[in-house]
Design a protein around this ligand. Structure first.
Ligand code: GLN
Length: 304
């Protein structure tokens, strides 16, 4: 398969079409991003790499980081995780408060904001310095020692994070947050602030493509059964109330972020990162969804 030709063809094709949607404006720093950016990076299991457009331009990965924090938590805490967060799709927006009332503060899954906050809380209770330890985990699995939190993006979100502040306090009222909400939110905003290029993002997620991929330290990152389950959660919950649509059109486990990035992967084959900042009404990259739909159909790599 000539992957470079496919990536280039689809890139040109989608770039020539209307770019619909809106850049996330509720986080001031994100609203400043040029909406015309468009980049793709495909990384295959056998180590090949194919890029197009702005694939080496950094952007804020936002909610895509929820998969990384989940993986680290699964590795450190094991199945204890599932006592405090579920594995069901929510069918609701990423920042919704509604189900928490009836679910008594147990978030439906770890990929909505509420769920990621509970995961952050568990890690804060476990680690001496969760923020530093998570960065070490990230640098170790990606082999990239330069990954950092973006202080200005974290502070920008914190300055207007009223809904997330409400979410965290609400969960605390059900006693499913053990630490101070301020501390949990600080950790949460920081993991969301991390910036990567499409190339770095695809590279970082190779550990979920195959369990034989080792960390920088030469160790298996997640056990096979754990990687399979993280992929299952991405497949069913990675796009909030558009997870069904993503499975229907693209057919891969994946995760989106309001920075306009989408990471999707095909177990044992490849990881692919797409970035285009304009979002559809569900908060998922308009061009990212379009590109991936065409890509899996052209390469016949839809999981189903
Ligand atoms: N930091 C963002 C928020 O909490 C992440 C949301 C997202 O990327 N969908 O609103």
């Amino acid at each position: 398969m000539n992957y470079q030709e496919i990536v280039d063809t689809l890139f040109e094709q989608i770039k020539s079409q209307e770019n619909k949607g809106e850049v996330a404006s509720y986080i001031p720093e994100l609203s400043k991003v040029d909406p015309s950016h468009f980049g793709i990076c495909l990384k295959t299991m056998d180590g090949r790499e194919f890029g197009a457009g702005d694939w080496q331009h950094k952007f804020s990965i936002q909610s895509i980081a929820k998969v990384l924090i989940l993986s680290w938590a699964y590795k450190t805490l094991g199945d204890r995780l599932w006592e405090r967060v579920g594995v069901e799709p929510s069918g609701n927006a990423f920042n919704s408060l509604t189900q928490l009332e009836t679910d008594h503060g147990i978030p439906r899954n770890p990929l909505i904001n509420a769920g990621a906050m509970v995961v952050c809380d568990m890690l804060l209770s476990q680690a001496e310095s969760a923020k530093d330890d998570f960065l070490s985990f990230l640098r170790n699995i990606s082999g990239n020692a330069h990954f950092q939190y973006s202080e200005h993006i974290a502070q920008s979100e914190k300055s207007v994070g009223y809904r997330n502040i409400a979410l965290c306090n609400f969960i605390k009222s059900f006693e499913n947050i053990k630490n101070e909400p301020e501390e949990v939110l600080d950790f949460y905003f920081h993991i969301c602030s991390i910036e990567m290029t499409c190339q770095e993002l695809a590279q970082t997620f190779m550990f979920l493509v195959s369990d034989t991929i080792k960390s920088f330290e030469g160790k298996i990152i997640l056990e096979e059964f754990q990687a399979v389950r993280v992929n299952a959660i991405m497949q069913t919950c990675g796009f909030y109330d558009e997870s069904g649509e993503f499975a229907f059109r693209v057919g891969l486990p994946g995760k989106s972020g309001v920075g306009g990035g989408i990471l999707a992967l095909h177990p044992e084959q490849y990881a692919i990162a797409v970035w285009s900042p304009k979002l559809n009404s569900k908060g998922n990259s308009y061009r990212g969804m379009k590109f991936l739909e065409s890509f899996t159909s052209m390469t016949k790599s839809n999981n189903f």
